[in-house]
Each structure stands twice: as structure tokens, then as C-alpha cells.
Design a protein. Structure first.
Length: 267
């Protein structure tokens, strides 16, 4: 799937392709600028460390194929490095500190505001970024006046019908879903013969669960291999099907965000 610098996302809606004069002329009041934020970190013995950033790029490329031609939505290059400190004990993890990522987000958003843009979407594909991005969305709003939004691809439920309850509960890293997607996007980057099943036993109590983030863990606490899930079930066919389902769902979400007006919140 040759999505890098081709297709609607890059041929028509990749903001850095424009000149300074072209960017100056854009009707910025209505434009939503999308900043994908990924990571470079271990994904078990079978997957590339670029997985999270790669999948963010692939999902956005697919989503932009389903946008109307006049959609006021533009794409920035991905922030490839995220906050991956939970994976530090594994080789190949290249992480920013929380403080560095916060400063990068502040600087990029300040540049957007200086160029006249009004809306920013942080599109996140790494779980370890989630809390920081949620906090920074408000800080950017305060510092720049930008309307700032957060979206994780899992929020649109594109993978739910392709996997089972056990994977949905514990398959949070390098499992069935991510492995299937990378098999569809860059199959030569995956080594399925090295995949192993390792399912963390997360507590199920609502007040003490993984989903409620009620306890801190690093990857070595939950997995010996670096995997949390079952990549042995993965297939490129299901990865392709997930991408095809994700595209229109994400495109719809992007259009809803682009049309939202902050002033509509007050009577």
C-alpha cells in the first residue's frame, strides 16, 4: 500500500506542499489542521518500532480518500517521536521526555496560530501519549487561542468487529489489531514467525482497571516479550478490511470536528 506522499492526503491536503504565499491565502477561519502524533518504540520481536507512526500515517491517508474535495481539512507531517518511557527497557525505543514533547507541541501550535490558523486536531496513535495530549490540548487552547481537539482512532470503533473479547480487553500493544494493520500496510516489515501470544491479566474491577488508568505500569510489569495481545491471529486480509472500515469513519469524524464551533457551547 503505497500511501506516503501520494493520494489525497499528500497530493491535495498536505500543508507543507504549499508555498508561504499559498498558505497566507488560505481561508483559515474554517480550516482544521491535523497533527498526527505517534511513537518510535518496541513492538515485540515481530514488529517494527515505527508501528505507531506508520499506522497513524496509513489511517490518515485512508481517511483523506473519503473527504469531499472542498473539505477544509489539511494534514501536517507526523510527530514520529512520542512519550514512550514505559518501553525504555527495550532496545529500539526512541522516546521524548514528557517535558520535551510538551514543548514541541507548544512550539508547533504557536507557529500555527502565528500563521493565522484557528483549529488544531491532535490525532494520537500511541497510548502512552494520551494523558499528555489531553492535558496539552487545554494548555495550547489557553496559550494560543486555537480550538484544539483530540482524536484516537480507536474512538471510532473500526476494529471492534474484527477481533474477540480477550483482545479488546488486553490486546493493547503489538497484538492482533496492530499486527494485522502493519501486515496490510508494510508486510515486509513484519516477522510473523516471531510473534508470540502474551495477554496481561489486568484487574477487572471498575475502580482498579487498566481502562480507568487507576495504577501506573511500565511494559516490563505486564509483558516479558513486549507484546500485550495475540499477534499469532493476525492476517493482512483483516488488516486491509480494518483500514477500509476506518477510512470513512475517520473522515466523518474529521468533518464533524472541522464544522464544530466552540461558541455553540454557550446559550
Amino acid at each position: 500500500m503505497g500511501f506516503r506522499y501520494t493520494g489525497n492526503a499528500y497530493d491535495r491536503r498536505f500543508l507543507p506542499r504549499l508555498t508561504t504565499k499559498e498558505i497566507e491565502a488560505l481561508p483559515k477561519e474554517d480550516i482544521l489542521v491535523v497533527l498526527p502524533v505517534g511513537a518510535i518504540e518496541q513492538h515485540g520481536p515481530h514488529m517494527p518500532v515505527y508501528t505507531d507512526t506508520l499506522l497513524g500515517e496509513a489511517l490518515m491517508a485512508e481517511a483523506f480518500e473519503h473527504l469531499p474535495e472542498d473539505a477544509p481539512i489539511w494534514l501536517l507531517p507526523s510527530l514520529s517521536y512520542g512519550k514512550s518511557t514505559e518501553h525504555l527497557e527495550f532496545p529500539g525505543t526512541f522516546t521524548l521526555s514528557a517535558q520535551t514533547l510538551m514543548m514541541v507541541l507548544q512550539d508547533v501550535s504557536a507557529s500555527l496560530a502565528r500563521s493565522g490558523f484557528k483549529k488544531l486536531l491532535l490525532f494520537n496513535t500511541h497510548g502512552g501519549n494520551a494523558d499528555l495530549l489531553g492535558m496539552m490540548a487545554r494548555e495550547i487552547r489557553i496559550a494560543t487561542g486555537l480550538a484544539v481537539y483530540r482524536l484516537d482512532p480507536g474512538a471510532v470503533g473500526y476494529s471492534d468487529s474484527f477481533t474477540d473479547d480477550a483482545e479488546r480487553a488486553s490486546g493493547i500493544h503489538a497484538g492482533d489489531v496492530e499486527t494485522s494493520l502493519v501486515m496490510a500496510v508494510c508486510p515486509e516489515w513484519v516477522h510473523p514467525e516471531l510473534a508470540v501470544r502474551e495477554m496481561p491479566r489486568f484487574p477487572q474491577e471498575s475502580f482498579f482497571s487498566f481502562r480507568s488508568r487507576s495504577f501506573a505500569w511500565v511494559t516490563k510489569d505486564i509483558s516479558a516479550s513486549g507484546i500485550a495481545g495475540d499477534p499469532t491471529k493476525a492476517s493482512p486480509e483483516r488488516g486491509e478490511a480494518m483500514l477500509r472500515k476506518a477510512g470513512p469513519l475517520l473522515a466523518e469524524a474529521l468533518q464533524h470536528i472541522a464544522s464544530f464551533r466552540m461558541e455553540s457551547l454557550k446559550e
